[in-house]
Design a protein around this ligand. Structure first.
Ligand code: NAP
Ligand code: ZN
Ligand code: ZN
Length: 348
């Protein structure tokens, strides 16, 4: 077993605090990764605070992990000691259902094994990337290029794939009118990908202060969601809306912005449900679909795409000691645009 330093939540109402535990020694197919950076996703907050229900403690959050391989099992083929590696939102799945066989492990019919707040097949609780080490089967580990700064790559493991995958799935292409709703970790990656796929991109935000940043990220237009006149002018306008909002909001306001056959992709997971009026859908044969992260093969494709086209996350690197403050700032929408923990701060 390997001693591992971490920050954990002991309950839904206590702040994250230092926590020591042990990781297993790598099995024959496993790699051991010394974690260098871990991104902070809003899903970490939802789960730490048990906003979706079913959380278990102690919980070490973190599923945007990059680091360097320090040990490999005897049968490991893809990696050697010293390689860069990444781990996203899951570390295993059944491997035999139709979804797993198609590379859609995130939709595994018996449920994927989450990187944290979940259980390995042997029943051990999984613990995430706000920690110094992780041990993962090589099949669930990603190759990381050395072309991009590592701290800016970490958020690609969740925010990146969660926005890349559905934009690809609905076939966003040159000239499509795409709106991104909510400019946070997911939203800013969605803007970058939609722009790189050739779409005409509009940022829909509740924060006037983010206008200049949206333009810097490549958005062609910015609309303040509280501005009734602007919103009226955008009715029946978009082919696709990628909805990344983490808090309760009214879907129908945004469905009405879709043109005929338009699609709203829901990736944000507010703790309570939103009503969907039938009229907003039938009026223009609109659809609403959901999407969960992406499979291993597509995550690797996205990482390689980012390395080739120089796409990475805008980050504020923090020491782990500032994590509770970072959570409070994210809840206020005050993040530009992903907090990333420098894991060296855990060793101090
Ligand atoms: P984030 O960085 O906190 O960004 C969320 C953004 O939503 C905020 O920056 C803000 O943008 C907007 N927002 C927040 N509260 C709002 C409110 N009350 N009304 C209107 N807009 C509000 O969060 P994130 O890490 O990008 O995650 C976003 C959501 O996606 C979370 O619910 C997370 O759990 C979920 N998620 C889903 C998947 C998946 O696989 N489907 C994967 C990862 C995360 P503006 O200031 O621009 O309005
Ligand atoms: Zn996430
Ligand atoms: Zn499966």
């Amino acid at each position: 077993m390997s001693a591992t330093k971490a920050y954990a939540a002991q309950s839904a109402t206590t702040p994250l605090a230092p926590f020591d535990f042990s990781r297993r020694e790598p099995g024959v197919h496993d790699v051991q990764i010394e974690i260098l950076y871990c991104g902070v996703c809003h899903s970490d907050i939802h789960q730490v605070r048990n906003e979706w229900g079913g959380s278990t403690y102690p919980m070490v959050p973190g599923h945007e992990i990059v680091g360097r391989i320090t040990k490999v099992g005897d049968h490991v083929k893809k990696f050697k000691v010293g390689d860069l590696a990444g781990v996203g939102c899951f570390v295993d799945s059944c491997r035999v259902c139709d979804n797993c066989k198609e590379g859609l492990e995130q939709y595994c019919e018996t449920g994927m094994v989450g990187t944290y707040n979940s259980n390995e097949k042997d029943g051990t609780a999984t613990q995430g990337g706000y920690s110094t080490l992780i041990v993962v089967d090589e099949q669930y580990t990603l190759k990381i290029s050395d072309k991009l700064p590592l701290e800016r790559v970490a958020p690609l493991l969740c925010a990146g794939i969660t926005t890349y995958s559905p934009l690809k799935h609905v076939g966003v292409k040159k000239g499509d009118r795409v709106a991104v709703l909510g400019l946070g970790g997911l939203g800013h990656m969605a803007v970058k990908f939609a722009v790189s796929f050739g779409a005409e991109v509009t940022m829909l935000s509740s924060s006037p202060s983010k206008k200049a940043d949206a333009e810097k990220l490549g958005a062609h237009h910015f609309a303040l969601t509280s501005d009734k006149e602007t919103m009226k002018g955008l009715q029946n306008h978009f082919d696709v809306i990628l909805n990344t909002v983490s808090a309760q909001h009214d879907y129908s306001v945004y469905l009405d912005l879709l043109r005929t056959n338009g699609t709203m992709i829901v990736v944000g997971v507010p703790p309570s449900p939103s009503q969907v009026p039938a009229f907003s859908l039938i009026a223009k044969r609109r659809s609403i679909i959901g999407s969960l992260i992406g499979g291993i093969k597509e995550t690797q494709e996205m990482l390689d795409y980012c390395a080739e086209y120089n796409i990475s996350s805008e980050v504020e690197v923090i020491p782990i000691q500032q994590i509770n403050e970072a959570y409070e700032r994210m809840i206020k929408g005050d993040v530009r645009y992903r907090f990333v923990i420098d894991i060296a701060s855990l060793k101090k």
